[in-house]
Ligand binder design. Structure first.
Ligand code: APR
Ligand code: PHB
Length: 388
């Protein structure tokens, strides 16, 4: 089989790139290790930057997001027993949309199927070859080894994928910070605690009250790295969450049977460069952020934007400028999102080894934030999404 762009991975990055390339008349095939149902079964974050919304519109996949997504003009910080609102719209003119990543993946999958584009699900042993020359992807489908010849390979295969490993060790540079705690997440069909997201910092640790709709909440508490889901029956989870929230939020918390419960570790990670020959990394294949700043999906989207524009320039204008600039351009935005995600995580979480001085600094950070328009503008312009 032959195509112009071979994409590894049918997560948000691979699917969004596939739709944008198709909209620009560029042929592409996606090779995905798992089944479509498995991909849809993964529970992920749900906060969408305005730039990501615009990209989904350009991909022709934003209709349901606009009818079912919740537009939010502010977020709330709960600390010191009080609730403090951060106006997102006033300083930036921008808003964010609450809409599950699973729904975005579903919309993109349906659009891809409707367009009759080729996706090989349950493709095993996907292996990139000759990325410096004439790239090709080998894979096994139903036990039969096959090959996909292509002009370019987009590695959209996430943190545990193969494409990053196709960059020689002497070329690849990795930067990482692992945090000494995780997030325990619960999905429950109960109305949100508040109309807006609540990020809570308390002496017992971090908590986040988010949502998927007016009737479905997504709740998180910081937990120990050695915690297991079994250690947190629903009753214990809600009791602990209430202790980390201000009184008004705790009073609005409606416990209900969890329909999903999982623990995720927190990590910051960046691999450089994001290009090697005709192989381009995008999304989690190249970088990971702690979920505190809700940047994971949105960084995958901005990588895809830069890669899509570079490929359009190559095929429609015969220019390699966009592709040559891809790694540097994408990394500039990635590192600013890494900084913001690290700042949100460092400011709001309880670090087990932190000193009294560290905790006073955290309190001062929040005190300064609520007393300074400049500090709030800094938070909001990063939260709504920096320009592409
Ligand atoms: N061969 C083929 N497909 C693979 C391989 C492989 N060797 N390894 C991984 N994949 C697939 C995975 O099954 C997954 O469907 O690549 C896809 C990668 O998708 P994501 O991990 O969702 O990464 P990305 O598309 O970059 O989206 C980033 O997803 O994980 C969240 O928090 C992250 O919100 C962020 C977003
Ligand atoms: C979510 O709704 O899952 C969510 C929202 C905001 C975050 C992280 C997760 O910062």
């Amino acid at each position: 089989m032959r195509t112009q762009v071979g994409i590894i991975g049918a997560g948000p990055a691979g699917l969004l790139l596939g739709q944008l390339l198709h909209a620009s008349g560029i042929d592409n095939v996606i090779l995905e290790r798992r089944s479509g149902d498995y991909v849809l079964g993964r529970i992920r974050a749900g906060l969408i930057e305005h730039g990501t919304v615009a990209l989904l519109e350009q991909a022709g996949c934003a209709d349901r997001l606009h009818t079912e997504g919740l537009v939010h003009e502010g977020i709330e910080l709960s600390f010191g027993g009080d609730r403090h609102r951060i106006d997102l719209k006033a300083p930036t003119g921008k808003v964010v949309t609450v809409y599950g990543q699973t729904e975005i993946t579903r919309d993109l999958m349906q659009a891809r199927a409707a367009a009759g584009l080729k996706t090989v699900y349950e493709a095993e042993a996907v292996t990139p070859f000759d990325v410096m020359g004439r790239p090709r992807l080998s894979y096994v489908e139903h036990g039969e080894r096959k090959e996909l010849a292509c002009d370019f390979i987009a590695g959209c295969d996430g943190f545990h994928g193969v494409s990053r490993q196709a960059i020689p060790a002497e070329v690849l540079r990795a930067y990482e910070r692992v945090y000494p705690f995780g997030w325990l997440g619960v999905m429950v069909d109960r109305p949100p605690v508040s109309d807006e997201l609540i990020y809570a910092s308390s002496p017992r640790g971090f908590a986040l009250c988010s949502m998927r709709s007016a009737s479905r909440s997504r709740l998180y508490i910081q937990c120990r790295l050695d915690d297991a889901v079994e250690d947190w029956p629903d009753e214990r989870f809600y009791a602990e969450l209430a202790l980390r929230l201000d009184a008004r939020a705790a009073a609005n918390l409606e416990p209900g049977p969890s329909i999903e419960k999982s623990i995720a570790p927190l990590r910051s990670f960046v691999a450089e460069p994001m290009r090697h020959g005709r192989l381009f990394l995008a999304g989690d294949a190249a970088h990971i952020v702690p979920p505190t700043g809700a940047k994971g999906l949105n960084l995958a989207a901005s990588d895809v934007h830069y890669l899509w524009r570079g490929l359009v320039e190559h095929y429609q204008e015969g220019s390699g400028a966009g592709l040559d600039a891809y790694s540097q351009t994408a990394l500039a935005r990635v590192w600013k999102a890494e900084r913001f995600s690290w700042w949100m995580t460092s400011t709001l979480h309880l670090f087990p080894e932190s000193s009294g001085f560290d905790r006073r600094l955290q309190e001062a950070e929040l005190d300064y934030l609520m007393s300074s328009r400049a500090a709030q503008t800094t938070l909001t312009e990063n939260y709504v999404g920096l320009p592409y």
